[in-house]
Write a protein that binds this ligand. Sequence first.
Ligand SMILES: [Zn+2]
Length: 426
Amino acid sequence: MAQGLSFGFTTKMTRVRILCCSVETLGKHQRTTALYLDIEEHQWPIIYSSQYNISFLGLEKLHPFDSCKWSRIYNFLKEAGMVKDSTIVQPLEAQKNDLLSVHSQRYINCLKWSIKVAGITEVPPVALLPNFIVQWRVLRPFRFHTGGTVLAAKLALERGWAINLGGGFHHCSATRGGGFCAYADITIAITLLFDHMPSVTKVMIIDLDAHQGNGYERDFMEDSRVYILDMFNRQIYPHDGYAKRSIKRKVELMSDVGDTQYLALVRRHVEAALKEFPPDLIVYNAGTDVLHGDRLGHLSLSPQGVIERDQIVFQKARTRNIPIMMLTSGGYQSNNARVIADSILNLHSQRLITCDSAESYADNGRPGGISESQSDGHLMARQKAANNSMNNTGSPEDGQLWNRRNPPNNSMSHSQTQQQFPTPDT
Ligand SMILES: [Zn+2]
């Protein structure tokens, strides 16, 4: 392994250290990255950029899928007083060298054709746009998501956990995009990790999105360093039989599986997988298209079921001191952002994710104070944590879930989900 050389400079948001690895030629490309930012003690390892959100020049207003769900997750977390602009981490955009660590030049070149991107994103009008607009409005956001996923891997190793509020493009492989996935962010993050972090030799992917993660499965087909647990609806896209050969623990579901059966399977298979293959890092692809009413996922989980699912996975990882990074992946109904935010707030209430410095950080740089505008939500979040702590008399496995007073309405009518364009399959 080549030795690294680091140097730094300071920005307003975060001190940036560019990890500048000496030349290491792996086949045809040099693997270097500037995506591994160092963060301050008062920052949560929660990653989000306003650049994540996709705008099709007004077309998104006609489009029923929530292409701004990432900003909505973030705003819900802010409203709850858990985070603020100065305590989250903004990623950098993945650059060509990052993408080429996994993708072929030929694949990158094909994205210069708008019609190709239209096929990958499953949004036909994209084919009509000049490619420079597609690059700026569609692909650039995906590159920020990818930068966030790469950074999440590094921060999970440092802090024990990290959450990218976006990412999880699990249908994209090194050579082929699809299902709304233009870049193989999971493969890129793991590949760069193996390159830059010699202590990481084994990674487990736990993919609980409703769809099979065929992209990274193809990429890690012969790689014994990566253990894949994939639980998905076998009756929906992508039906990739070849990619299934890469899955070490395959849990195939039929449509309409509900909370009880689903959660029992999660408990059993995550536990068994971790006994079989204790990893140095867990990549948790936490798609919420498992929710009841999702016209692509065709499963039937309740919002509380999703919250409990995420809690189970984090408990399994955290009680074993295995670093875990979470990606939000698929699920683009109007209520997904609310459920994801509630799940993250629940993880916080359960003390499965903590950052004491962030919770007491004031914008004047001194710990201990919070602004008046933040105080209500902040106190609410802390009160919920306290209540849960009081109720939680058993093991972490028995922890009380945080029940919202007004759980999100998950019963979207079919007419609400009718769409003008196909929705993403992630
Ligand atoms: Zn999906």
